[in-house]
Every structure is written in C-alpha cells, then in structure tokens.
Write a protein that binds this ligand. Structure first.
Ligand code: S3P
Length: 442
C-alpha cells in the first residue's frame, strides 16, 4: 500500500497548471461517443476515474485512440452502443458509473456495472429510479449498490423528473438517456448543480434550456435526438484540483502562487467565494472562454482567515471542496459552519465523519451532526502538532486535504493508501513539490 507524508513547508511559490477537469473529461468522452464521426479532445484528464470511463466506452463498441497528446473519439451516433453481457469496471468513479447508466439506458445494450470497495457502497437508487421510468430494465431495482445490471432501450421514454437532490450526476444521467428519446426530457433540481453536460451539449448543437421556477428550483429541458456536431473539445484545468495548491498557499506563510487556465464556471466556484469571504487574497485574471466554459488564471497569497457560515445555497457549487475548505478552516480565527451538507456522507467516504475524525486526531475541535459540520479554527499562530496517520479510505480528496494540512503542522502528517489520488489528480505530488511543498513518498 503506498503512502505519502507531508512536512512543514516554509513558502509555496510559482506558476502551475493542474490537469484537466474531471467532470468535463468524463463528459467529453461520453458525449463524444454519441456524435456521428470523430471528436478531438485536448487536455483530457488521464486519471484512473476518466480512464475507467474510456475503457467502458471501448467495451461498448466506441473506438477511442490517442494520437500524440490528443484523444480521438469515433462516435457511433446517438443510441448506437453495441454488445451485451459485459461487465464494466468503473473503479472509484461515481460520475463514470452513474453517467454510463444513463448512456446505456438510451441504447439497446445490456451491461453490469461494477466498482471498487468505495464505489460499491455508494447509493445508486437515485439513478435507477428515474432511469426505470425511461424503460431501462434493472436486474434488481431495489438494489442500492453495485454491481448493477442494466438493459437500455433504443427509444427510451421521454421523462419529466423532479430530483430531490441537486446532483449533476443524476441530472446528466437523465439527459444522456433523453438524447435517444423522441420527445423532450425535463429535470427539475432544487438548486442548480454543475452544468457541464448542458454546456457541452449546447456547444455541440443540442437544444437545451435552463429556467428558474417561481419556487426557486431549476428546470432543465432537452429536445431528444439532436444532431450533434463533430467539434473539437478542449478541457480546462480542474478547479477542484487547483483548490489544493491554492488552499495550501493561503495557509502557508509567505506563499504566492498562480494556477493557469482553470475552469471558472460559477457552478464550481463555491470554495473560492467562501475563501474570499474568509479574507483570502485570491484574484482572477486573463478571463476567456473555451468550448462554452469560462476559464481564468487564479492567483492566491498567504492570508489571515476568519471563520464564516457557508450559505446552504452555495453547497452544490463546492460539493467536492468541503475537505480542503475544512483544512483552511483550521487556520481561521473563529468557527466555520457548514450546514445542509448531508450529501457529503455519500461521497467516496462519508466526508463529514472522515474530516471530523481526522481533524480531531490533529487536535482540532469539531462538531458533527447528520447534515452539518462546525470546525473551531485555531487561528494563524497556533502550533498545530501534527504527527498523525490518516487512512485515505479510497477517498482522493481526503488524502490530498490532509497532506495539505501537514504543510503547516509542527510534525509530519502521513496519509496511507495514497494511490487513490490518481482518481482525479495524478500529478498532485509533482505539482505540490514544484511550488515548494515538502511531500515525500513514504
Ligand atoms: C460530479 C458531480 C458531483 C461531484 C462529483 C462530480 C459530476 O456529484 O461530487 O465529484 O461530474 O457530475 P453529485 O452529482 O453526486 O453531487
């Protein structure tokens, strides 16, 4: 089992580029498989999660090749996956497994989705329930966990679905099935989750609209059977990966870094808004757009932080960033309160509990409830002892967050089972060391 240890570091400095966005990479491959013809993808994130999706698509009859640094996806058109009786191993990837179920629901194929220990514990009924209404058949619809066998249909029924949670995976899964349908597919979500699927589909020519309803929920409507164009897709850098060097710089005295070409889609920026509210010195420059996604360079400096209450309305836009926010909160003056965050219990681990437990072992007071977490900040000058070992529990963001914390503790922090970092940020070790973080493979 691999592990990494982080040691107190004096100053993080430099300009870096983090890898491509994970959500957009999954979507580029999956939506690319639905065009008729070749789509070129630049800067695809070559992480374990994304490669699992890529391999699954190949098993379903899609030709995907790498030509120098560019990926080529030869789409078969909407509803034209092929094969039956396959087992598709999506590893650690919630996005890959759930989006593929939506894709399969819109094709005349049958496959069994499997995953690793962490993914096999995550809830799947949230996807099975809506997809059954489109005509997809599940071997055991009451089963909430992988392995799950699903059989799709070439012409799924158009669906109108009111989702109880704001989840881009639920939304995207339904939209992918809806692409094969002859009518309109509609999803209503309580607040708007990341809209990369909608943006990519629109960029490729699909008709899709998003409106806010009087009760403040959001309604997304897609016209079935669009003609998708074979346009190139360039993946911007992942704001969820950029979050690690950025928070590390904000909490490490004398630091100043810049992360280039980051996706700054508003529905992904909750962490950055929260850090600015906490007093962090963060700025955005060189704003531009690539294939329907806004991007910018993000600069960050060491800052004195104060605790805040994260508004519930911001939770969806920072759903993956609560572990690293919790690390920033440790250094803040006063409490940081996260409410309405129950969804964190259904991620790669139960992130409310895992962060709370890990921070407590590092001498930080926390208050954990079913759907909230409060972290009592120790302020910028307190000598945090460190000297702890954290198990990643196959959660890449837990692993990276505690390694960032180790940069400011008096004694090192060791994280065990760090291979999982390759799910989203394969060059984490190299990039952190490039800016001066003292990380070692141990
Ligand atoms: C993702 C959606 C989010 C997020 C995940 C990626 C996506 O999950 O946590 O890392 O690419 O659609 P939920 O849809 O479960 O909130």
């Amino acid at each position: 089992m691999n592990s990494m240890t982080s040691y107190k570091s004096s100053k993080l400095y430099g300009e870096v580029v983090v890898p491509g966005d994970k959500s957009i990479s999954h979507r580029a491959l999956i939506i690319g498989s639905l065009v008729t013809g070749k789509i070129i993808i630049k800067n695809l994130l070559e992480s374990d999660d994304v490669i699992a999706t890529l391999e699954a698509l190949k098993t379903l009859g899609i030709i995907i090749k790498k030509n120098k640094n560019i990926w080529e996806v030869f789409g078969n058109g909407i509803g034209n996956l092929s094969g039956s009786g396959f087992s598709l191993d999506l590893g650690n990837s919630g996005t890959g497994s759930r989006l593929l179920m939506g894709l399969i629901a819109g094709s005349d194929v049958e496959a069994t989705i499997i995953g690793d220990e962490s993914l096999s514990k995550r809830p799947m009924k949230r996807i099975i329930k809506p997809l059954r209404k489109t005509g997809a058949v599940f071997d055991n619809p009451n089963n909430d966990n992988l392995p799950i066998k699903i059989k799709g249909s070439k012409i799924p029924l158009p669906l109108e679905y009111n989702s109880p949670v704001a989840s881009a995976q639920i939304k995207s899964s339904i939209l992918l099935a809806g692409l094969s349908s002859t009518g309109n597919t509609t999803i209503i979500e309580p607040s708007l989750s990341r809209d990369h699927s909608e943006r990519m589909l629109k960029y490729l020519g699909a008709k899709i609209s998003t409106i806010q309803l009087p009760d403040s929920s959001w309604k997304i409507t897609l016209e079935g059977l669009p003609i998708l164009k074979t346009l190139d897709i360039e993946i911007p850098s992942d704001p969820s990966s950029a979050a690690f060097p950025i928070v590390a710089s904000i909490i490490t005295p004398n630091s100043e870094i810049k992360v280039l070409n980051v996706c700054v889609n508003d529905l992904r920026l909750g962490l950055y808004k929260s850090l600015i509210e906490m007093g962090a010195n963060i700025s955005f420059s060189n704003r531009r757009e690539i294939n329907g996604e806004p991007i910018a360079d993000i600069s960050a400096k060491y800052s004195i932080l104060r605790g805040i209450k994260i508004p519930k309305s911001r939770v969806a836009s920072m759903i993956d960033e609560f572990p690293i926010l919790s690390v920033a909160a440790v250094r803040a003056i006063g409490d940081t309160t996260m409410e309405g965050v129950e969804e964190l219990r259904f991620k790669e681990t139960d992130r409310i509990h895992t962060m709370s437990e890990g921070l407590r072992s590092a001498g930080i007071e926390t208050k954990e409830k079913k759907d909230s977490l409060v972290i009592k900040g120790r302020g910028p000058d307190y000598a945090l002892k460190g000297n702890i070992t954290i198990k990643s529990r196959l959660d890449h963001r837990i692993a990276m967050s505690f390694l960032c914390l180790g940069l400011i503790t008096e004694n090192p922090i060791k994280v065990v089972d760090t291979d999982t970092i390759k799910s989203s940020f394969p060059s984490f070790y190299e990039i952190m060391n490039e800016i001066g973080a003292k990380l070692k493979h141990t």
